[in-house]
Design a protein around this ligand. Structure first.
Ligand code: SF4
Length: 312
């Protein structure tokens, strides 16, 4: 991705979405929650007020430029540095995609603002929507997500239920498992009861495979996640381990590497897989960036993860 783009990133390969061009409408890291497992780090101050966080005309101008330069992707996805529905006009991106491309659009949202009919009216414009549900009551919601004032479990669930009623596209729900917090089968069954009321097309079971915001938050083992997926039913599967879809890899450049690490702390092996470039070449570049002060290293369960420094 060229440095001409401030709001676009990727396209990044994803198991479910193939090549996905990311659109980031939110300054790093602005969110309605401060999830303990967030791979972007801690939210300095969780907010729930919607606004024009970045100029929409500039975002649409970048999309137009990307398309005119022959940009190709399987999906265009609203995601990135925080909660995209905080942007008052996020639906404009979906209108643009429908009007100007044959590409399918995706909204990744934590679901906390779907209680607003205005937000739902924009969210239904996406071809696919993924929301989150990792808690079963207010106490677990506060413990796991540390939301902004006024954002409650009840509002989250009511908003997601209302959205399911109105939305005809593909709705998936991500359940993020925090080991020892919501991973016990008794708690998983409670989450399953709430999930039933959302009637999602798909349930993705995820865990903290990358360094989370809070140290001490750990991933659940894969076999345990498989057992959790079974409790959720036949449309649930484990998505925690990144697996490269056949034949898709990112174009490697130092800029692309830094762009990816800004949003996804990764190990050298993960990066080698994602760029389809020998690990020793990636390692050499990573070390140069660490020496230059652009990246920092973080040890996690015996693996070194590379993250963009906050001030870069
Ligand atoms: S995981 Fe998502 S919802 Fe939670 S703090 Fe991070 S960006 Fe926000």
């Amino acid at each position: 991705m060229s440095k001409d783009y401030q709001y676009l990133f990727g396209p990044v390969p994803s198991r479910r979405l193939g090549y996905s061009l990311g659109v980031d409408l939110i300054p790093f890291k602005t969110c309605t929650m401060d999830c303990t497992f967030c791979q972007l780090g801690e939210t300095p101050c969780a907010v729930s007020e919607r606004g024009d966080y970045v100029p929409m005309q500039d975002v649409l101008a970048e999309l137009t430029q990307w398309r005119d330069r022959g940009g190709q992707a399987d999906h265009i996805t609203l995601a990135g540095s925080g909660e995209p529905t905080l942007h008052r006009h996020f639906g404009d991106v979906f209108r643009w995609v429908k009007e100007h491309t044959d590409i399918r659009s995706v909204l990744l949202t934590n679901g906390t603002l779907l209680h607003s009919s205005e937000v739902r009216a924009e969210a239904v414009l996406a071809d696919k929507v993924k929301v989150t549900l990792s808690a079963w009551d207010e106490v677990s919601f506060q413990q796991i997500h540390r939301p902004a004032q006024g954002v409650t479990f009840d509002l989250l669930v009511k908003g997601e239920q209302a959205f399911r009623h109105e939305y005809l596209g593909e709705l998936s729900v991500e359940v993020f498992i925090v080991d020892g917090v919501n991973s016990q089968f008794s708690n998983v069954r409670k989450i399953a009861e709430v999930l039933k009321t959302l009637n999602p097309d798909r349930i993705d079971v995820n865990t903290a495979v990358r360094p989370p915001a809070v140290s001490g938050i750990g991933p659940s083992p894969e076999e345990h996640l498989q057992a959790i997926a079974e409790i959720f039913g036949p449309n649930a599967s484990v998505t925690a381990s990144f697996r490269k879809p056949g034949g898709i890899s990112l174009d490697f450049s130092e800029e692309a590497l830094l762009g990816l690490l800004k949003r996804h702390p990764s190990s050298c092996k993960q990066l080698a897989d994602e760029f389809n470039v020998p690990a020793d070449r990636i390692f050499k570049t990573l070390k140069q960036f660490v020496t230059a002060g652009l990246l920092c290293e973080e040890q996690r369960a015996g693996t070194v993860y590379y993250c963009c420094r906050d001030d870069v």
